[in-house]
Design a protein around this ligand. Structure first.
Ligand code: G3I
Length: 474
């Protein structure tokens, strides 16, 4: 099926999702099942690979989120719901509500369930870190056994230990892990052995980041896996998280995956995202697509690569903007669930027909005027201010749901907003439409505002974007 058809399906899907989001009556019917054959899920299955995503439990009830999750992915992992602080917040008291949502979603949608994560120095309830060594060892064993037992037969693979190695470039163990500090190097083998005792069949994985290329950290992981295989410590796979900066997928990524596979373990890309400086432009999105393609081509070239999981589903809910100020747009679906060039690149890497290049030279289009105009009117006093932002849709199409972004340049801080949800991360300010003003017809305007504080100078932002497109300002 041509990619136009698939893109048509994806566009249909995006329109449906947008309509769903806005509750409009003009919902477009989803493409028929025949188009399911062009979903990433079906394309990846044909190659014997999993295509996964990290599920945020509080989002799965949103129709738009659910529709893409159901359609495009064959594997699901809990972004946070299976972490220690979620399942055992109090010693010996387990809470399965959130983790069961993910496990039940996998069951009802016929997806593989990937377990993340049993032992990690982060997302730990405070009671763990205060334990003396002998009790920490007992608590670790009990935690692993209880969680693995609960999901025995449902989880395909567990991240038994996550991020055990240091970032300091010398291949040493992570110094800020309470498990490393109190239990020493042996805690890794203990964790894997305990997990194997709890479930004889589940795959046991070691997961880490910044090990995608050949470097001191990946060499340390390699040597540990080699020693585990030599001494009979049960290990079945290595997870390469794949949190990439745009354009920085290592040239030796495939060779690195292959050398681990040659040790006799499976390899997985477990948390793929490619972060982009915001606002992302067309060239950056094209580079991101090339990065996604490269990751999948490497996985497809290594027999024991089981698949690729992205760390999230839509840019709207990615962890990146909160953790990397000014960065985002890291996933295959944008903030309105529309497939991005990265989606098409993955589909084509998985065998979908490439988008046909136009045979007749297309006339160079005269650039349309910017799709939007913005006026920004501040009202300042000694260290406070309010500002009204008025956005006009100068494009030919109705905007269904808008996100306006701009950056402060003199240290201002937003303290509250109206007519929009206004948030700030570093210097970046994001305003998302309210439930009542998300539709902007061509020529239509919407205004929103916010209160803020400043340190004496209150320079106005100069670059505004509407859904990623730069607006005329002034
Ligand atoms: O749910 C609570 C909410 O009730 C509370 O009001 C709020 C206050 O800050 O915190 C919320 O929990 C947050 C949780 O995400 C759910 O949103 C935690 O503070 C926050 O620390 C947590 O961040 C997660 C992070 O791991 C730490 O667990 C990110 O969403 C998640 O994407 C990130 O994922 C990790 C992988 O597990 C391991 N590899 C790296 C990757 C990125 O850091």
């Amino acid at each position: 099926m041509s990619s136009h058809r698939r893109l048509g399906r994806s566009a249909l899907l995006a329109a449906t999702l947008a309509a769903t989001l806005l509750g409009s009556a003009t919902a477009v019917t989803l493409a028929d099942d025949a188009d399911a054959a062009t979903s990433l899920r079906s394309l990846a299955a044909a190659t014997g690979r999993d295509v996964g995503f990290a599920l945020a439990v509080d989002r799965i009830s949103e129709p738009a989120y659910r529709a893409v999750a159901d359609e495009e992915f064959s594997l699901v992992v809990a972004e946070n719901a299976m972490k220690w602080d979620s399942v055992e917040p109090v010693r010996g008291q387990f809470r399965w509500t959130s983790s069961d949502v993910v496990a039940d979603y996998a069951t009802t949608t016929g997806k593989k369930l990937y377990g993340h994560t049993l032992v990690w120095h982060q997302a730990l309830p405070s009671w763990v870190s205060t334990l003396p060594a002998d009790q920490l060892r007992a608590a670790m064993r009990h935690h692993i056994t209880t969680v693995v037992d609960r999901y025995e037969g449902r989880v395909a693979a567990w991240d038994v230990v996550n991020e055990a190695f240091s970032d300091n470039g010398d291949g040493s163990r992570r110094g800020d892990s309470v498990f490393q500090q109190k239990l020493g190097n042996g805690y890794l083998a203990e964790a894997f052995t305990t997990a194997r005792a709890a479930d004889p069949d589940v795959d046991l994985c070691l997961n880490d980041y910044s090990i995608e290329g050949v470097n001191a950290k990946s060499n340390a992981v390699y040597n540990l896996v080699k020693s585990f295989k030599a001494t009979g410590v049960p290990i079945d796979c290595v997870g390469f998280q794949g949190h990439f900066v745009l354009g920085q997928v290592p040239a030796d990524f495939q060779a690195n995956l292959q050398r681990f596979a040659d040790l006799g373990v499976d390899v997985r890309i477990t948390e793929l995202d490619v972060r982009v400086p915001l606002p992302a432009d067309a060239n950056e999105l094209a580079q991101q697509a090339a990065d996604y393609r490269k990751v999948w081509q490497a996985c497809l070239a290594v027999t024991r690569c089981r698949g690729v999981t992205t760390w999230g589903l839509t840019d709207r809910y990615s962890w990146i903007p909160e953790f990397f100020s000014g960065q985002g747009a890291a996933l295959m679906f944008d903030e309105n669930y529309a497939p991005k060039p990265a989606y098409r690149a993955v589909a084509e890497a998985l065998g979908a027909a490439p988008t046909p290049t136009p045979t007749t030279p297309t006339p160079t289009p005269t650039l349309p005027p910017p799709g939007c105009s913005v006026t920004y009117v501040p009202n300042s006093w000694n260290t406070g201010f309010t500002a009204e932002v008025r956005v006009r849709n100068d494009g030919p199409a109705t905007v269904d749901g808008w996100t306006v972004r701009f950056a402060f340049t003199s240290g201002q801080t937003v303290t509250g907003g109206w007519n929009a949800t206004v948030t700030q991360s570093g210097t970046q300010v994001t305003a998302r439409n309210a439930a009542w003003n998300g539709t902007l017809a061509p020529g239509g305007t919407v205004s929103f505002g916010f209160q803020g504080t400043h340190g004496g100078t209150n320079a106005s932002p100069t670059l505004f974007t509407l859904n990623g497109a730069t607006c005329r300002h002034g």
